[in-house]
Design a protein around this ligand. Structure first.
Ligand code: HEM
Length: 474
């Protein structure tokens, strides 16, 4: 039986309060009482018995999402053994979810189950007042002086790593990108130089990420990816806690030192546990997303030699051996390429939220407790907003054309609203630096028989063939 409206309303208000205070005990009590919402009245099919839509999710998610959108319109449900929910598609849907007027949606209720014991208490799973407080403090770690410090750390690491590419040899470039960003990340985020300890922590980090994709999530099965991930979390957590004292008094340029020394308006520092949780999540939020974005960009450059040459000219016109903060905005075309790659192959395919109350969208009543997802994938290809959307055309991001600006919510590779990616500029800086060192020294080519980018979007958008490319010294 449905609870009378006034009782349901009081419960929702109480949950919203608990989320605003980040009162985990109280939130858990609500989570236990949550029931599966009734969505039989909503468009969409339920896929195969028991497994629902898991097969297309894991094999060709983009094609499946397109198919459902064209069959059912901008609102449709989906089923998997691990998550049921409703997709809302298009800029209007993105606006509704990102603006989150009246605190209709919770991030915690949607994201926290996915991060449990791997990346607990992170920024993305915080809501309302509590989220605002943490985000305001963390923003300081992304201001210009901090970014200048990150650039100084990253420049030699990227240059050195790229210099190790063997000329003329075809390699799985995604593995290369992943490894290079992992090594760079351990110094830029954890303040740790390459060596056995960094290798151990990099492995622990990889285990945590794999743990997140284990659908069964049983800690007690010690050899399961999830159990390994939980152990990885403990290992990096211990490293961070053991080194906090030193970072609190340090003057390093790394993210760890920043998080140890940033303060709220009253001058308070993050607690040790908060530094640990935020830092671990930064590592996660930065790594696979940037690997995904750089893989897509590499494919784009290998397939479009004219653009590759044009970017190389842009790099050489700086007339420098390494990049500084002031140079970044001069690399205008490089920025367009990065944006266009993220339009066609957005690293994060969907963003989930949890509906705290019933609401109406496009003539449909979506019940409270529904997992609501918005996705960049369909929106980024809508012909109403993009000319020839299936074509790779970086120029669409030029100030003259500014196709991405027709609607504020049509281009969302970094999300939007209160939870918009905090590392957006960091990612762009890193991407530009990576390309600067690569294109000045190597030409990227692919086999002629490789005629399209082979990728899947789940969990994140990655090439399914490892992206075999050849790098030849110039
Ligand atoms: C190309 C690279 C990246 C992409 C595509 C990306 C994408 C995203 C997206 C889509 C969200 C929003 C998720 C949602 O609303 O549910 C997000 C949030 C976030 N990202 Fe990124 N990200 C990237 C790089 C980074 C980097 C380098 C960092 C840190 C150095 C970072 C830190 C964060 C954080 C902390 C949040 C949570 C923000 C909040 O909840 O207030 N990201 N990112």
């Amino acid at each position: 039986m449905k609870a009378p409206a006034s009782i349901a309303q009081t419960q929702t208000n109480d949950l919203t309060d608990a989320l605003s205070r980040y009162d985990l005990a109280e939130i858990k009590r609500f989570q236990k009482r949550t029931k599966q919402p009734q969505d039989t009245h909503l468009p969409g099919d339920t896929g195969w018995p028991v497994v629902g839509h898991i097969y297309p999710f894991l094999t060709d998610f983009h094609a499946w999402l397109n198919k459902q959108y064209h069959a059912y319109g901008p609102v449709f449900k989906f089923r998997t053994p691990f998550l049921n929910g409703v997709y809302l598609i298009g800029p209007e849907a993105n606006k509704l979810v990102f603006q989150n007027e009246g605190k209709l949606f919770s991030n915690h209720m949607a994201w926290a189950p996915q991060f449990e014991s791997l990346f607990d208490n992170n920024l993305l799973q915080r809501d309302f007042k509590d989220h605002k407080t943490h985000r305001k403090i963390l923003q300081q770690a992304f201001k210009r002086p901090a970014v200048e410090g990150h650039i100084a750390l990253m420049n030699p690491l990227l240059a050195e790593g790229i210099n190790k590419l063997v000329s003329g040899k075809k390699i799985k470039s995604m593995d290369f990108i992943k490894r290079l960003l992992l090594n760079t990340g351990s110094e830029v985020f954890l303040g740790l130089k390459t060596g056995p300890e960094a290798d151990k922590l990099n492995q622990a980090f990889t285990d945590i990420v794999s743990g997140g994709t284990d659908p069964f999530r049983r800690k007690e099965i010690w050899f399961s990816p999830y159990a390994k991930g939980v152990r990885g979390n403990k290992l990096i957590g211990r490293f961070i806690l053991d080194n906090i004292e030193q970072c609190r008094n340090g003057s390093g340029k790394d993210m760890f030192t920043h998080l140890c020394n940033i303060r709220d308006e009253d001058g308070n520092l993050f607690s040790d546990e908060q530094v640990k949780d935020h830092l671990l999540f930064m590592l996660f939020a930065a790594h696979d997303t940037t690997t995904s974005a750089m893989s897509a960009t590499m494919y784009a450059l290998a397939s479009n030699q004219a653009w590759q040459e044009s970017l190389r000219e842009e790099m050489f016109s700086l007339n420098k051996g390494s990049i500084e903060f002031e140079d970044l905005e001069k690399l205008e075309k490089t920025g367009w390429i990065f944006s266009e790659s993220l339009r066609m192959y957005p690293a994060v395919h969907s963003m989930p939220r949890y509906a705290l109350r019933d609401f109406e969208f496009n003539g449909h009543i979506i019940p409270a407790h529904t997992n609501v997802l918005v996705s960049a994938l369909v929106t980024h290809y809508m012909p109403e907003y993009w000319s020839n959307p299936n074509e790779f055309d970086p120029q669409r991001f030029s100030p003259e054309r500014a196709e991405d600006k027709k609607d504020f919510n049509q281009y969302i590779p970094f999300g939007g609203g209160a939870h918009k990616c905090l590392g957006l500029h960091f990612a762009q800086v890193q991407g530009k630096m990576f390309l600067f060192h690569l294109l000045k020294n190597y030409r990227i080519t692919k086999d002629r028989k490789m005629t399209s980018y082979k990728y899947n979007n789940v969990p994140l958008t990655f090439p399914t063939d490892g992206l075999p490319l050849t790098f030849t010294r110039i």
